[in-house]
Write a protein that binds this ligand. Structure first.
Ligand SMILES: Nc1ccn([C@@H]2O[C@H](COP(=O)(O)OP(=O)(O)OP(=O)(O)O)[C@@H](O)[C@H]2O)c(=O)n1
Ligand SMILES: C[C@](O)(CO)[C@H](O)COP(=O)(O)O
Length: 377
């Protein structure tokens, strides 16, 4: 059994406004599309097709070498779906989920319910029973009422046996609201699984605030702190936050003694409640002698990802009289961001002296403090 998802993302989001198609707009710290895609990645499907508009050149460039199969958008949603289905030809796909990129709050429960329902029927989709009374209106007046019994609001992902939905689309004259209608129009039964009020489609400008509230409520936010000290010894440079800074002394340590990167690494381990660098890379182990500290940082970032967290931001403070950090802080942020796969806006590196007090004030060594904020991916 081979299961795929098609995420249709070629719309222009005209009703949502905002100048940029809604799927590429920020929402609770990521783009709308990132939330949607990560829910389908978590489902462990065999293939994910991402249907993109030819106008979204940056998205094509971003996703072309990744794990998604890309397909071109059509002039309407149905054509985008057909192009997505065609991209799955000859891959042995048995079941396919078709989902609007504009529904970023879709739950793993809905995805799994639709897939389970497909074991017994050729098509299944989430529906939300209408609970409000229904009116007919015109010119600002109620002109009639409708019985709500048996009415459902249609949601996605809508799931189908692959051959059935391909045949249904091929036979359809067009004009259907969704793939359930396409399927029903060729006489196939569609099972309703329980939808979720949170699985809204971002359609109008105000939907962003609602989706943001939903995503932030579900988020697990974790903070960690890190602290490290290395003493000065002989040398002609120090390595701080991945940048080699000329200095009349070096820092002593088992690795490259990058005190800033060590504090950030420990902050990430701390947020995960996974000990510290010493536990993961014991100083007694000769293989870490002189090691570049980015090995440790990369490990912490990978551990976070494997535990279902992404790094929202890190903030690092270096405490020393010399060398002066200011001229190098931009390079440090850039280096650390690159190692962690973050944007520079998510990484802060700053410095302070300790007013010539204490061991840092006497220039016996450099201390560093860091905070990391992780959120469930
Ligand atoms: N030619 C199209 C039109 C729509 N879609 C996708 O189909 C879904 C339908 O949601 P909708 O709210 O209609 O999206 P838009 O068409 O982007 O919105 P609007 O109608 O406001 O422009 C969205 O994920 C959208 O990206 C698509 O892939 N190709
Ligand atoms: C498929 C769909 O999401 C079902 O609710 C919806 O029909 C697509 O969006 P639109 O607003 O109807 O264009």
């Amino acid at each position: 059994m081979t299961i795929a998802a098609i995420i249709v993302a070629a719309g222009r989001g005209q009703r949502a406004g905002g100048g940029v198609p809604k799927q590429w707009r920020p929402l609770a710290g990521r783009r709308v599309a990132d939330w949607t895609l990560s829910q389908f990645e978590a489902a462990g499907l065999d293939h994910i097709v991402l249907v993109l508009s030819a106008d979204d050149k940056d998205a094509w460039a971003e996703f072309e070498s990744g794990r998604y199969i890309l397909a071109s958008g059509g002039t309407d949603r149905a054509e985008s779906v057909r192009n997505g289905l065609a991209a799955l030809e000859n891959r042995g796909v048995t079941k396919v989920l078709i989902h609007d990129v504009a529904r970023p709050c879709v739950s793993t429960r809905i995805i799994s319910d639709v897939l389970t329902a497909l074991e017994a029927c050729p098509a299944a989709a989430p529906g939300l029973a209408v609970t409000d009374a229904l009116w007919v209106g015109g010119e600002g007046q109620v002109t009639g009422t409708r019985d709500r019994a048996g009415l459902y609001a249609a949601q996605t992902p809508q799931g189908f046996h692959y051959d059935a939905i391909v045949a249904a689309h091929a036979a359809h004259p067009g004009g259907a609201a969704d793939d359930v209608q396409v399927t029903r129009d060729v006489g196939l039964p569609v099972k309703i699984v329980p939808g979720d009020a949170d699985n809204l489609k971002i359609t109008r400008p105000e939907d962003f605030a609602r989706a943001e509230r939903i995503l932030r409520t579900d988020m697990d936010i974790r903070l960690g702190n890190g602290y490290d000290v290395h003493r000065f010894g002989d040398g002609d440079h120090v390595v701080l936050c991945g940048v080699k800074v000329p200095h009349d002394r070096g820092l002593q340590g088992h690795s490259d003694a990058d005190v800033g990167m060590h504090a950030v690494t420990d902050a990430i381990y701390g947020a995960l409640a996974q000990g510290d660098i010493g536990q993961h890379f014991p100083p007694s182990d000769p293989q870490w002698k002189g090691a570049a500290s980015e090995i440790f940082l990369r490990h912490a970032v990978e551990l976070a990802a494997s535990m279902g967290y992404r790094i929202s931001n890190v903030d690092c403070t270096l405490v020393c009289e010399y060398p002066k950090i200011g001229p190098h802080s931009a390079a440090m942020r850039s280096e650390m961001a690159q190692i962690m796969g973050l944007s520079e806006g998510q990484v802060s590196v700053k410095a302070t002296t300790s007013e010539r007090l204490g061991f840092t004030g006497r220039s016996e060594g450099i201390a560093s403090l860091a905070t990391a904020c992780l959120v469930s991916a």
